[in-house]
Design a protein. Structure first.
Length: 190
């Protein structure tokens, strides 16, 4: 069974909305505004690319990332990985042609079936709504969080607000950096 990893830049109050500068959000680009860049804090992002066997995205994140990431040297490895987009509305005609193999999945059942296949970990970037649905369905196995010392208030949240049983997490790796960022790697206890 493959490990499904949710990877996120997240504020202390749980916001994951527009960390890289996407338009339309008051605090857009918050990951690099007023926070000193400390390269070692982002080591986990390179490690994710090397260890991942596939990438899983929601429709909105796919549409945003597929316009930029295929041509970015920082994300070159992702170009070679199989990508899966969970969407009930996208068609094959909506997929970009310069980002490698991409498959549309129509349901969380199809994500669960993907986890049963052979291969390395499946990494989820962005995709706030998808992350909440995956969590509620018990499909996330691990979180890779870079927690920023910010309170952003409004915005899309990573974690579901569904009334459900407590979900226990086990901290397996952590570090605090000079700029206040915290790396937290947490396994979901199933």
């Amino acid at each position: 069974m493959r490990t499904l990893i949710s990877s996120a830049f997240i504020s202390l109050d749980g916001v994951v909305d527009s960390p890289g500068g996407e338009p339309g959000y008051r605090n857009s680009g918050w990951t690099f505004k007023d926070i000193e860049f400390v390269p070692e804090a982002f080591e986990i992002k390179g490690r994710e690319q090397e260890e991942a066997g596939a990438m899983l995205l929601g429709r909105t994140s796919y549409q945003a990332f597929s316009q930029v990431w295929p041509d970015m040297a920082d994300f070159a490895r992702y170009k070679t990985l199989p990508k899966y987009v969970v969407s009930t509305t996208l068609t094959d005609d909506d997929l970009v042609s310069n980002w490698g193999e991409t498959t549309i999945l129509r349901s969380l059942d199809e994500v669960a079936a993907l986890k049963e296949t052979e291969g390395g970990p499946i990494i989820v970037h962005g995709s706030a709504a998808l992350n909440r649905a995956l969590s509620d369905a018990g499909l996330i196995d691990r979180y890779h969080l870079l927690v920023f010392p910010l309170l952003l208030g409004a915005g899309k949240r990573l974690f579901s607000t569904t009334d459900k049983d407590a979900q226990k997490l086990k901290l397996v790796e952590h570090e605090v950096y000079s700029n206040g960022l915290q790396k937290q790697v947490l396994d979901v206890v199933h």
